[in-house]
Design a protein. Structure first.
Length: 499
C-alpha cells in the first residue's frame, strides 16, 4: 500500500498566517502601510491560491491509484469558504467605502441609514414672502416632503417642519437654530432655499417637510433627493426632478415635465402636455387635455385614462403610440389591456397578452409569445395589422363589416365565422391561410402568427362547440347484441384548417 498522504492544505493555511502576520508587523516599521486596506482589496487572492492548492492535491493523489483521492472540498471547508466570502465582503464595504455610503449597498439611502440611530425631534417655523404678478418658484436639493397648492393670495406662505435626528434635545435644538430657510428673489423668479448642506455631516440628520401656498399662476422647478411631492391647483409649467419618493400632480394648467428615479407617479387633471422620463414603480396618468410622453422603466402597473391627444410610451420592452384614448389602457409585466381607443393604435412589445376592446381606427400590433384579442367598436374603416411570433389571435368584427383579409398561421389553425365565395381557405403545407374579401370590400386586415390559432369572429356569433368524443370500442360479442356500430356524423362545414 502506498504511503502517499501528503496534503498541501495545512501548508497553505500556515503560509496564509505568515503572510498576514508579516503585513501587520511591517506596519510597525512603516506607519503609512494600512493592513486592513490591503486585506480589504486583495482578500480574494486567498481563495484563488486555496483553490489552486486543493486542485494540485487532487491531481497528485490521482498519480497514486492505490490511494483514494481526497475530495476537493469537504463539508466543513465549504462552510469555511462561505464564511470567508461573507466576512471578506463586509470588510471591503467597511474599509473601502465611507461610512455614510454603506447603506447604498443594501438599498438604504444616506438619510435612512443615518436616521436609524438617535432620537427624533420636530420644530416648526413659518415664512411669508409677497410676490407680484406671475411668479416662478425654485426649490433645489430638497430633503423631505413638499406639499404645494395654489391660492388666490399674492404671497408665498411656507410652513417648515424640521425633523432632526440627534442624541439629545440639546443637540437637536442647536441644529434647529443653525438651520435657516429663506425665500430670495433673483431676477424673474423666487428661490426657496436652506443652508442644510452646511450643517455637520452634510445635513444628513435633518429633514425638511414643506407645506407651501403660492399664487395659482406659479410655475415651479423642484429638485428633490428624498421625499414625496404633491402639486395641486397651479396654472404654470412644472419641472420636477425626484430621486426617491412618490409624486402626485393634479389640477395643473401648463406643461408638466418629470424626471424620476424611484417611487410611484400619479398625474391627473392636466390642461397641457406631460413628459415623464426615468423609472418609477407604478405610474398613472388620467384626464389630460394635451399629449402624454412617458419614457423609461416601470416594472409595476402602468395606467392611462382619458388622454385627449396622443399617448407615447417607450420602454426597453414596449413601444406604444396611440391617440384619443377616451377609455383606459393598463399594462403590467405580462399583459396589456385597453378600451375606448378612438384613434390609431400601434404597439411593438414582447411577452405580453394583449386585449383591445372597442377600437375605432387603425391597429398595428407586433408581439412575441402572447395571445392577442381584438374587438372592433364598428365595421372597420382602417387597416388592421397583427403579427405574433407565437400565440393566438382573435379578431371580432360586426356582422355588417366589409374587408379584405390575409390571415395565416404557421403550424397552427385558421378559423372564421365569416363565409363567402370570395373567401378562400388554403390547407396546403404547414401554413393554413384565409384570404380574399368579404362584403363590399374595405380596409386590409392582415393576421399572422405561429404555433397558434387565428380566429375571425362575427360579433354575436356563438363559439363553435367542441367535437364530441368518439365512442369507446365495444367488447367482443357486443356487435351481435347491439348490432352494427353507427358511423359518426360528417363534420359540419367550417372554414378552418389545422396541422
Amino acid at each position: 500500500m502506498s504511503a502517499y498522504s501528503y496534503r498541501r492544505g495545512s501548508i497553505f493555511w500556515a503560509l496564509t498566517l505568515i503572510a498576514v502576520g508579516f503585513i501587520f508587523l511591517y506596519q510597525n516599521f512603516n506607519p503609512s502601510i494600512h493592513p486592513w486596506q490591503i486585506l480589504a482589496k486583495f482578500w480574494p487572492i486567498l481563495i484563488i491560491f486555496w483553490g489552486v492548492s486543493k486542485l494540485i492535491d487532487h491531481l497528485q493523489a490521482r498519480l497514486h491509484p492505490d490511494t483514494v483521492p481526497p475530495p476537493l472540498f469537504s463539508g466543513g471547508e465549504v462552510i469555511l469558504l462561505l464564511m470567508i466570502l461573507i466576512l471578506g465582503t463586509i470588510v471591503s464595504r467597511i474599509v473601502l467605502r465611507p461610512w455614510h455610503q454603506w447603506g447604498q449597498d443594501f438599498g438604504i439611502s444616506d438619510d435612512d441609514w443615518g436616521n436609524m440611530f438617535g432620537n427624533t425631534y420636530t420644530y416648526t417655523d413659518n415664512l411669508t414672502y409677497p410676490v407680484k404678478g406671475q411668479s416662478s418658484l425654485i426649490i433645489e436639493d430638497q430633503n423631505g416632503d413638499v406639499e404645494m397648492r395654489g391660492t388666490d393670495q399674492p404671497t408665498i406662505d411656507v410652513t417648515i417642519k424640521k425633523v432632526i435626528h440627534a442624541d439629545d434635545e440639546t443637540a437637536a435644538r442647536k441644529l434647529s437654530d443653525q438651520l435657516k430657510v429663506e425665500i430670495v428673489q433673483q431676477g424673474g423668479h423666487y428661490e426657496l432655499r436652506s443652508n442644510r448642506r452646511s450643517l455637520p455631516n452634510d445635513g444628513r440628520q435633518v429633514r425638511l417637510d414643506l407645506t407651501v401656498r403660492v399664487p395659482k399662476a406659479t410655475g415651479t422647478q423642484i429638485s428633490s433627493e428624498h421625499g414625496d411631492l404633491l402639486i395641486d391647483g397651479l396654472h404654470g409649467d412644472q419641472t420636477l426632478n425626484m430621486q426617491k419618493g412618490d409624486l402626485h400632480v393634479s389640477n395643473v394648467e401648463g406643461l408638466v415635465r418629470v424626471q424620476k428615479s424611484g417611487g410611484s407617479t400619479d398625474i391627473r387633471d392636466v390642461k397641457g402636455n406631460i413628459e415623464v422620463n426615468g423609472r418609477s414603480q407604478d405610474i398613472s396618468v388620467a384626464k389630460v387635455a394635451g399629449t402624454v410622453t412617458v419614457k423609461g422603466e416601470y416594472p409595476g402597473t402602468v395606467e392611462f385614462e382619458d388622454i385627449s391627444q396622443s399617448l407615447r410610451f417607450v420602454s426597453s420592452r414596449t413601444d406604444l403610440d396611440t391617440q384619443k384614448l377616451t377609455g383606459r389602457l393598463s399594462m403590467e409585466t405580462g399583459s396589456l389591456e385597453a378600451s375606448g381607443v378612438d384613434g390609431p393604435f400601434q404597439v411593438t412589445t414582447r411577452e405580453k397578452d394583449i386585449q383591445i376592446n372597442g377600437f375605432k381606427h387603425a391597429v398595428k400590433i407586433s408581439d412575441t409569445n402572447g395571445d392577442i384579442n381584438l374587438t372592433a367598436a364598428a365595421p372597420p374603416a382602417h387597416p388592421i395589422d397583427v403579427d405574433s411570433k407565437k400565440g393566438e389571435i382573435e379578431l371580432t368584427l360586426p356582422a355588417n363589416s366589409s374587408f379584405n383579409i390575409d390571415a395565416t398561421s404557421r403550424q397552427g389553425e385558421v378559423q372564421s365565422d365569416f363565409s363567402a365565395p370570395t373567401l378562400k381557405l388554403t390547407k396546403d403545407g404547414d401554413t393554413p391561410k384565409l384570404e380574399g374579401s368579404y362584403g363590399k370590400g374595405g380596409p386590409t386586415i392582415r393576421l399572422a402568427t405561429a404555433y397558434g390559432t387565428v380566429r375571425l369572429t362575427r360579433e354575436g356569433a356563438s363559439a363553435p362547440s367542441p367535437p364530441s368524443k368518439p365512442a369507446p370500442p365495444s367488447a367482443p360479442g357486443d356487435e351481435t347484441r347491439l348490432g352494427p356500430r353507427a358511423l359518426p356524423p360528417a363534420p359540419a362545414a367550417l372554414v378552418s384548417a389545422s396541422n
